[in-house]
Design a protein around this ligand. Structure first.
Ligand code: SF4
Length: 329
């Protein structure tokens, strides 16, 4: 199998108790059937504790019973995992083993990445403004069998070539706004129609309709939307002070990497909508950065990480919200 990964993939290691935002809080953690069967055989009090904390959700899937603060019952007060401590990493369910990795399967090619909901992943992405590169492994592999879904694979290879053109523009020294125009022209040529990217107010209206992940998101969102005109007045000094051209290019490259090729699953029909989704995401993240700059007169790496992570959790980690923003449903 050919695999494609971002260049920082190999550097990822969960920072565990040093993370300010454990991924074991606030999410439903579904336990795959193979692991839940293994949990039946764990002996002693700890095995009993595991079994007592398995429940079924509304879709009848087995998951851990979160506590009243939505913490995983095995996340201890030092923010370390008691399952790993008592039974070793092999006892983790597949979600806990894999998180925050993601895989997009295009038959002969699997694209692997690390989700931006994790602050350590954001740090790896944002710590330098060196252009993002993608590493292809097993490129010379010879396939003796046809892919099961030939159409998906063909859609993907067409998109792959378009995406390479987009990455080339993003890695160039051009101004970010000029890059967006060039990227738009590439997509227009691919879909053979003119496209209109969402304005700031269209982006905010779209995001307003998304299902909020928590109350913090709602409060944050309105503090941005209600003051947007004041923030936009500071965009020019913000640009001059923070010089985000390369960083926004990098973020856009990575969001394109994760999302644009998914239009292969819908026969590439939604390509322009996927593209608009990616560009709007980076614009939204930039608006959040401008907000911080207006409030504090500076923008630190920590601020950038927080803004990317907040976007990722609210938007790309909700299939519902991604579909709403791309397909309007
Ligand atoms: S969010 Fe990332 S760094 Fe934090 S606990 Fe989860 S995987 Fe580890």
């Amino acid at each position: 199998m050919i695999t494609i990964k971002p260049d920082f993939y190999k550097n990822f290691k969960c920072i565990a108790d040093k993370c300010t935002d454990s991924c074991c809080v606030g999410w439903e953690i579904i336990v795959d059937s193979e692991t839940s069967e293994k949990y039946e055989d764990i002996k002693g009090d700890f095995g009993e504790k595991i079994r007592m904390n398995l429940v079924k959700d509304e879709d009848n899937e087995i998951c851990f019973k979160l506590d009243e603060k939505e913490r995983c019952p095995f996340l201890n007060k030092n923010n370390l995992c008691d399952i790993i401590i008592n039974c070793g990493e092999d006892a983790l369910c597949s979600i806990c083993t894999e998180h925050p990795r993601f895989y997009n399967d295009f038959q002969k090619v699997i694209e692997c990445g690390l989700g931006l909901c994790c602050e350590e992943v954001c740090r790896l992405l944002l710590e330098t403004d060196k252009p993002l590169k993608y590493i292809t492994e097993n490129e010379d592999e010879v396939f003796t069998e046809q892919p099961i879904d030939k159409e998906l694979y063909e859609n993907y290879t067409g998109l792959y070539n378009i995406r390479e053109e987009l990455f080339e523009v993003l890695n160039s020294d051009k101004d970010f706004d000029d890059k967006i125009l060039l990227l738009k022209a590439i997509i227009e040529q691919a879909v053979n129609e003119k496209i209109v990217l969402d304005s700031d107010s269209a982006i905010l209206s779209g995001y307003e309709k998304t299902e909020p992940i928590n109350e913090e998101w709602t409060e944050y969102f309105y503090s941005l939307k209600d003051n947007i005109n004041d923030y936009l007045k500071k965009e020019k000094p913000f640009d001059e002070a923070t010089n985000g051209n390369k960083i926004y290019s990098k973020i856009l490259s990575y969001i394109i990497f994760r999302h644009l090729s998914n239009s292969a699953y819908s026969n590439n029909e939604g390509l322009k909508d996927y593209f608009n989704f990616c560009v709007s995401a980076v614009r939204f993240i930039k608006l959040c950065d401008i907000k911080i700059y207006c409030e504090t007169n500076t923008l630190t790496l920590k601020d950038r990480i927080e803004n990317v992570k907040r976007w990722s959790k609210q938007i790309e980690y909700s299939d519902l919200n991604v579909e709403l923003l791309i397909f309007g449903e």
